[in-house]
Ligand binder design. Structure first.
Ligand code: NDP
Length: 256
């Protein structure tokens, strides 16, 4: 195998949750460009259909799957449908996530649970169904999307911090149970990236200046800057890497 082939995803199928926009869409396009067929997801059926069509127009093989990743029955139904269609998921990217900014003393239980369910429990539900099929096949890749808050807390985003901290240890747990079966489970921790989720932050001059000053790279990250790490973790190039969280953050987490 040549070094270039190490990163080739031809013949593999990748399911990326929350891939109608933002980081998930960029990761999907990157995995597709490396040769993978794609299953893309969002809650909104029309947006999911349109995003899938855009990717097909770009020459990729794409199946749209609109469902809510927090809904256990919907997750199970999706995998049953894929089984019936003969689609085997080789690569699962647990990317869907939401943010909710509010001081903890004002936070409702419903908002706490919504953030934990979307950012953490979803990775359990999706990972469980994917691994039930990957284990008998003896191979597979799981990539969970963490955050700088997988390591560090930040005021007003406590449930998000707890969920992303949980992603870090869920990844290690998946690695503990599934690596013996030929499955590598790893995580990516993006820094501050230019997506819709951060619209309120990028448009705030003070926050924008803080990110640029606090990040050694001196700027926000672009979604496509996650592609290299995603392809690495999805491919044979990472065949002996499991349980890791790789930060793609312009150096932010490494400095004071
Ligand atoms: P966006 O808000 O831009 O996109 C989120 C995507 O997830 C959309 O496709 C959305 O579609 C989908 N989604 C949200 N909730 C659900 C759900 N319950 N079921 C299915 N799909 C859902 O977010 P980003 O691209 O910025 O973030 C992607 C991931 O990266 C998240 O996990 C986030 O926490 C993480 N991250 C982001 C960073 C950043 O700076 N942007 C930094 C670190 C981590 P729809 O709303 O139609 O369902």
């Amino acid at each position: 195998m040549t070094t270039k082939n190490l990163f080739d995803l031809t013949g593999r199928t990748a399911l990326i949750t929350g891939s109608t926009r933002g980081l998930g869409r960029a990761i999907a396009l990157g995995l597709g460009a490396a040769g993978a067929a794609l299953v893309i997801n969002g809650r909104d059926p029309e947006k999911t259909r349109a995003a899938a069509q855009d990717m097909r127009d770009a020459g990729l093989t794409v199946r749209a799957a609109a469902f809510d990743v927090t809904d256990e029955a919907a997750v199970e139904a999706l995998f049953r449908d894929l089984d019936a269609e003969g689609i085997e998921i080789d690569i699962l990217v647990n990317n869907a996530g939401i943010q909710h900014r509010q001081p903890m003393v004002e936070l409702s239980l419903a908002d706490w649970q919504r953030v934990i369910d979307t950012n953490l429990t979803s990775a359990f539900l999706m990972g469980r169904e994917a691994a039930r099929r990957m284990i008998p096949r003896g191979h597979g890749k799981v990539i969970n999307i963490g955050s700088l808050t997988s390591e560090l807390a930040r005021a007003t985003v406590i449930p998000y911090t707890v969920a992303k901290g949980g992603i870090r240890l869920l990844t290690k747990g998946m690695a503990a149970e599934w690596t013996p079966h030929g499955i590598q489970a790893n995580a990516i921790g993006p820094g501050y990236m230019l997506t819709e989720m951060n619209a309120a932050l990028t448009s705030d001059p003070q926050f924008d200046a803080w990110v640029k000053g606090r990040t050694p790279a001196g700027r926000w990250g672009r979604p496509d800057e996650l592609v290299g790490t995603a392809v690495y973790l999805a491919s044979d190039a990472s065949s002996y890497v499991s349980g890791q969280l790789i930060f793609v953050d312009g150096g932010m987490i490494s400095v004071l």
